[in-house]
Design a protein around this ligand. Structure first.
Ligand SMILES: [Zn+2]
Ligand SMILES: [Zn+2]
Length: 223
């Protein structure tokens, strides 16, 4: 499997290029800096056949419209993330950041399906709480998850944005992520890669430490 991360934009978001051995592939969350992502794609030799989104926050979708046009490829997202996607221009204006064009979604991802990217099989893990319709993508054959903003190394996604809920996020992580084998690698939307086992033991949001400290103020990690 080809897997390459590119950190882009003011929110330091991780876009991932994924591909099978023959070079058939997809982009996960191209959030900003379309030209830099396109260059990395060219250097990777991967043919982009689709753009797959974990959720529709501004930092994950900023380069989607431009790259979908460049590769003439479909854009996939969970249906529950569509409303927030349409609100991104207002969000950008409020935050004083530039935003190009809202991408058109070609197909909604169903939670029970398996996405085929060349020879790779990506299973969507329904993990709301950070954002409506948030998905992580489990590549079981490779023992890895493209985990979006659900869980980070040492933290979890923030829940203070519209549609956020710490209770829902914790349920998502407990049921969809912590049930995976300890050695499963997690490639999050922000920060370094980690493993399920590492987070189970050392992540204060997941190992019980946070509730003992009376924490859980719901701010969580980055956007
Ligand atoms: Zn993010
Ligand atoms: Zn987010």
């Amino acid at each position: 499997m080809i897997l390459e991360g590119i950190t882009v934009g003011p929110f330091q978001e991780n876009c991932y290029i994924v591909g099978d051995e023959s070079g058939e592939g997809a982009l996960i969350d191209p959030g900003d800096e379309a030209a830099r992502i396109a260059l990395a794609v060219e250097q990777s030799g991967v043919e982009i056949g689709s753009i797959i989104l974990t959720h529709s926050h501004i930092d994950h979708v900023g380069a989607v419209a431009e790259l979908a046009e460049e590769y003439s490829c479909p854009v996939l997202l969970h249906a529950e993330a569509e409303e927030m996607l349409q609100a991104v221009p207002q969000q950008a204006a409020m935050m004083g950041v530039k935003f190009g064009k809202v991408p058109e979604i070609d197909r909604y991802i169903e939670t029970g399906e398996t996405l085929e990217v060349g020879g790779l099989r990506l299973r969507p893990l329904y993990t709301p709480g950070h954002a409506p319709g948030h998905l992580a993508f489990y590549v079981e054959a490779e023992g890895l998850v493209l985990s979006g903003d659900a869980v980070f190394a040492g933290s979890v996604g923030r829940v203070d944005l519209p549609g956020g809920s710490m209770e829902v996020l914790m349920k998502s992580i407990r049921e969809e992520i912590l049930t995976l084998p300890d050695e499963t690698r997690l490639y999050p939307g922000h920060g370094p890669a980690t493993t399920v086992g590492e987070e189970r033991v050392s992540n204060p949001f997941l190992n019980g430490q946070m509730s003992q400290m009376g924490g859980m103020d719901g701010t969580g990690g980055p956007s």
